[in-house]
Every structure is written in C-alpha cells, then in structure tokens.
Write a protein that binds this ligand. Structure first.
Ligand SMILES: Nc1ncnc2c1ncn2[C@@H]1O[C@H](COP(=O)(O)OP(=O)(O)OP(=O)(O)OP(=O)(O)OC[C@H]2O[C@@H](n3cnc4c(N)ncnc43)[C@H](O)[C@@H]2O)[C@@H](O)[C@H]1O
Length: 288
C-alpha cells in the first residue's frame, strides 16, 4: 500500500484523473490524503467532489477555505463571489449528498510516524507553532463537531471574518471557532505572538512587516507537516524551521497538480491542462 498526499484540486478534475493514472493509483491497495480545496475557481468542482467521494475509504480530505466557502454559500446564506465556479455543485441533483459528505470531512489528519520520526499531520493551511499536534487535533475536533452538529447552519452564517486574529485559550463561541477555521484553512503569515495576517497571499516577499510564514517559526515537537493552500509557494518552503511539505503547486493558476509519496518523499506532478489567461505566474516547478 502506498499513501499519496495531493494538493489543492480546486476543480481540476482532468489533471486529478491524469495524476492518479501517472501514480498507477489502485483504490483497493493505495490511499490518498487530499489537502482540501477540492472545489472552486477551477472548471470541474462537481466532478472532483464526486470522484473523491466515490473513492470511499481510499481517499480522505481535510477541509479547505474554498470547501467551507461552498458550505457557507449553500447552507450559511453567504453569497457567491466573482470568480466562483460553484454553480454546478449548487445546482446538482445530488448536491445534498455531496454537501453532507463535505461537511463531515475533518480539519486535520494525522498518522503515526516511523520509529524515530514524528507524526505525519495534514491540514489545509498548516500548523502554527503554538499548537502541539495533540492540541491542534482537539481544536480540529471541536470545529468538526460544530460542523456536524445541530448548530452548523448558525455557525456557517457567522464563520466569515478576520477577527479575532490570534488564538487565546479562553476564547468562546463563534470567536473561538473562527480562529480555529482561519488557522487551519487560511493561515500564511503570522507574527511572533501567533497573530494571523489576512492581507498577504502571494510569495514570501509579500510578508507584512513583523510577519513571517508560519513554517519559519520553530516548534517544540517534530511532526511532518503536509499542507496546501499557498499556491505562490510553488511547492517550496524556503527558510523552513519545521519539516513541512507545500503541496499546492497552483494547478488552478496554470501551474501543476502534485502528489507526494509519503513512503519515500518522492513528488510526481502533472501540468495544468487549461489555458488560464488570469494567471500571470511562472510555473517553475517541474515534474521529477
Ligand atoms: N472564516 C472565514 N473568514 C473569511 N473567509 C473565509 C472564512 N472561511 C473560509 N473563507 C473563504 O476563504 C477565502 C479567504 O481566504 P484567503 O486565504 O484570504 O483567500 P485566497 O487568497 O483567495 O485563498 P486561496 O485559497 O484562493 O489561495 P491561493 O493560494 O490559491 O491564491 C491566492 C493568491 O495567490 C496568487 N498566486 C497563485 N499562484 C501564484 C504564484 N505562482 N506566484 C504568485 N502568486 C500566485 C493568486 O493571484 C491569488 O491571489 C474567502 O474568500 C472565503 O471564500
């Protein structure tokens, strides 16, 4: 059995199928960990959802900010935004089944490491240094319980927002859940106190003064951290002080879709198959 971690699909279904073929992925034998953001901005969100769901136990995904955006639009009264490509999901005959499935996905995946190495942990955006893996798993569980509980709709209506910008143990209610959501699904740059920045979304040189990528802060433990979300990193983690793997190589932006073999650390990627005139970015990372 081989387990592969794959970055943000964002509706890139053709590339997803091509990548699985390149991997010779066999759902009877192999496993997939997906970094979330299965949907939006790309052309085939509906096909991506159906494909991953159909893989059953062979595939598991964490929730990303675009997945939560879909849920907020469908079930939280949020409006679609310019550039969203969620309509085909929202109008699909099997929409409720797909949304129920998506809403019950976790925020964090973890697996025991090999002897002598730490755990493997996946979240959509990363893991901040102030949260141990155990703490993060508890907080992810709180959010998952809310999303699958009777107050899920009320939470989705109030999920959006950038405040509070940092975690405190005594946060309660929607403030607490919002920091958990924003940390697991939107984090990029943080400051030394763990405050989240929501203004910068491009490369490392877009860091606001006093902020650095979350992976440039040291941790007390040593998990192998798998994350997506940050396409401008192009699969790299410059200056990282933790063991981290950036998996979003910007397929939806005209880059590539990448899989990481968790047994040997090898990456395989396929190029984006669409012309995306909106994408002004170089795609420097090549397939091994
Ligand atoms: N509690 C909550 N509060 C508020 N919102 C919530 C929420 N929960 C969920 N949401 C949702 O999350 C969104 C806000 O999250 P953000 O994380 O602030 O939004 P984003 O930048 O649009 O994220 P995205 O996931 O698209 O990032 P990507 O790297 O692909 O793309 C980012 C940028 O990278 C650039 N880029 C891509 N490839 C690049 C490259 N190779 N080089 C340089 N830049 C590149 C692109 O131009 C793009 O602008 C909201 O719009 C909402 O939908």
């Amino acid at each position: 059995m081989t387990t592969y971690a794959i970055g943000d699909l964002q509706g890139c279904h053709v590339e997803f199928v091509e990548l699985l073929e390149r991997l010779e992925f066999d759902p009877r034998r192999d496993r997939l960990w997906l970094a979330g953001d299965l949907v939006n901005r790309g052309p085939d969100s509906l096909a991506c959802l159906r494909e991953v769901m159909a893989l059953g136990e062979a595939a598991t995904t964490v929730l990303g900010n675009h997945d939560l955006h879909l849920l907020a639009v469908a079930r939280g009264g949020e409006r679609e935004k310019p550039g969203d490509t969620l309509a085909e999901v929202l109008e699909a005959p099997d929409r409720e089944r797909l949304l129920d499935w998506l809403q019950s996905r976790p925020l964090l995946l973890r697996a025991a490491g090999t002897p002598g190495s730490g755990e493997t942990v996946m979240t959509h955006a990363g893991l901040p240094p102030q949260w141990s893996v155990a703490r993060a798993a508890d907080l992810a569980g709180e959010l998952a319980a809310t999303l699958t509980g009777e107050h899920a709709g009320a939470f989705l209506e109030r999920m959006y927002g950038n405040r509070p910008a940092s975690w405190r143990d005594d946060l309660e209610g929607v403030d607490r859940l919002r920091v958990i959501v924003n940390t697991f699904t939107r984090m990029r740059f943080i400051d030394a106190e763990g405050r989240l920045d929501f203004t910068a979304r491009e490369g490392l040189d877009s860091a606001p003064p006093g902020f650095a990528p979350w992976f440039q802060y040291p941790r007390h433990d040593d998990p192998w951290l798998l994350f997506g979300h940050w396409a401008a990193l192009q699969g790299r983690v410059p200056g990282s002080r933790v063991r981290a793997e950036a998996l979003d190589t910007g397929c939806v932006w005209g880059g590539r879709l990448t899989a990481l073999n968790l047994a040997n650390g090898e990456r395989v990627s396929v190029p984006s198959r669409r012309d995306r005139p909106r994408s002004p970015f170089p795609t420097t990372r090549s397939s091994p």
